[in-house]
Design a protein around this ligand. Structure first.
Ligand code: SF4
Length: 441
């Protein structure tokens, strides 16, 4: 059984309220941290090996150490709660059921970074969560854990919740900052990075909800102890939101030493494929990461078991591996049509492109049109090569990672499931009435 650090108290009734959270030992990590110096806390975070849980997996301690500290210029912590990546809903779970874990993590992080005004930017579709967060902020303030002169340390901290308007692109950190400033959420060119010029051109750290929540157990048990959980550079625990054709969709906390096979088939986690079907493929890190067929998902090309951690999932690069990404684990059974699935994703990315760069603005729409054509049985063999060519021209040629996020699913689908694309082209009549998966199994 995986060790639980974040969700250990999630089952306790009333844990979303201060009184119950406090009774369970809540805010003791904050009390401990506020007796340390910001540099000491930073060293603990570095020692923990925590990697950003939003998708990129960049070391959090290193990110914090890049924060510029010019004299007299305010600094900010911004929590990215935009969580719009299809298949990902673990931050929603944390905010809905354990809001004080996030607030406590924010207090410790704000103290470390010197942020007196910190923000939570939350996606508009999570319409009921801002009230939960604001209530938790008020409770923490009433108990002296936010506001002026927190616990007599002289440190002041306010936290504000800002609702987004429902644009996927506002999960990209610079688009988020633009939106937080009241502007259209267009990603900025980098450099300068937010650590130097972020919110209102002030040094800013943008971190995912889960990353900030993880600061609480790190301070609680120490960075060194946190680093002992997991394996290699995949330290600590990770939240996975599992969905698709499985028996037990939900949010699970894993310690990154379990195999993918165990995660899918064990009753402790996904409980196997629904309706007794066979596993066909999986997207383990949110819709932007490459899809992998069952044979490469359960084992690497060397026949080694594939593990639920950053390194093992990526083993073999994009040719045979994938990425941990945001931890949005989407499972597809044998009945699913990969062409239809890829077309749905292409439509999403085209709709969500902000339109600033040509390869993304035009390429995503072009890919969607071609995929629609193939899926309807109106495509030609050369369309598959054209699709491959378009995704290659998008990847790496855009301002922000949305371009890559749109290209990778198409590339992986063609790489691993070209036969399905060809079936649609060769069987125009069948592909209008049948799903490839259902027709083949
Ligand atoms: Fe906008 Fe797409 Fe360019 Fe990102 S890659 S800046 S979403 S057009």
């Amino acid at each position: 059984m995986s060790k639980k650090l974040l969700l250990k108290d999630a089952h306790i009734e009333g844990i979303r309220y201060f009184e119950t959270y406090r009774k369970q030992g809540g805010y003791t990590a904050a009390e401990k941290a506020l007796k340390m110096t910001p540099d000491e806390i930073l060293e603990e975070v570095k020692a923990s090996g925590l990697r950003g849980r939003g998708g990129a997996g960049f070391p959090t301690g290193m990110k914090w150490s890049f924060l510029a500290k010019p004299e007299g210029v305010p600094r900010h912590l911004v929590v990215n709660a935009d969580e719009s990546e299809p298949g990902t809903f673990k931050d929603r779970y944390l905010m809905e059921f354990l809001p004080h874990l996030l607030i406590e993590g924010m207090l410790i992080s704000s103290f470390t970074l010197g942020s007196n005004v910190s923000y939570i930017y939350i996606r508009g579709e999570y319409s009921w969560i801002p009230d939960i967060l604001e209530e938790a902020i008020e409770e923490a303030k009433a108990a002296g854990f936010l506001g002026k002169n927190i616990l007599g340390t002289g440190f002041d901290c306010e936290i504000y919740v800002q609702r987004g308007g429902g644009a996927y692109i506002c999960g990209e950190e610079t688009a988020l900052l633009e939106s937080l400033e009241g502007k259209r959420g267009n990603p900025r060119l980098k450099p300068p990075f937010p650590a130097v010029k972020g919110l209102w051109e002030r040094p800013t750290v943008v971190n995912n909800v889960e990353s900030i929540a993880a600061i609480v157990p790190i301070i609680d048990i120490t960075g060194a102890e946190y680093a002992k959980i997991g394996v290699g550079r995949s330290t600590g625990t990770k939240l996975i939101s599992a969905c698709g054709n499985i028996n037990k969709p939900g949010v699970y906390e894993i310690d990154m030493t379990i195999t993918v096979e165990e995660f899918i088939y064990s009753d402790e986690y996904c409980g196997g494929i629904a309706n007794g079907k066979k596993l066909k493929a999986c997207i383990p890190g949110g819709s932007s990461v490459p899809i992998v067929p069952a044979n490469l998902l359960l084992r690497t090309v060397n026949g080694e078991p594939r593990y639920m951690n950053y390194e093992s999932l990526a083993d073999g690069g994009f040719a045979t591996g994938t990425m941990m990404g945001s931890g949005g684990f989407i499972v597809l059974d044998e009945d699913q049509c990969i062409v239809e699935h890829t077309m749905t994703l292409a439509r999403f990315y085209h709709h969500e492109s902000c339109g600033q760069c040509t390869p993304c603005r035009e390429g995503t729409g072009w890919m969607h049109k071609i995929l629609k054509k193939i899926e309807k049985g109106e495509g030609k063999m050369e369309d598959i090569d054209l699709l491959w060519d378009i995704q290659r021209k998008i990847e790496g040629n855009t301002i922000c990672p949305l371009g890559d996020a749109a290209a990778w699913p198409v590339a992986a689908a063609i790489r691993h499931f070209r036969d399905e694309f060809e079936w649609h082209v060769k069987n125009p009549e069948l592909s209008q009435t049948q799903n490839y998966g259902l027709a083949h199994y």
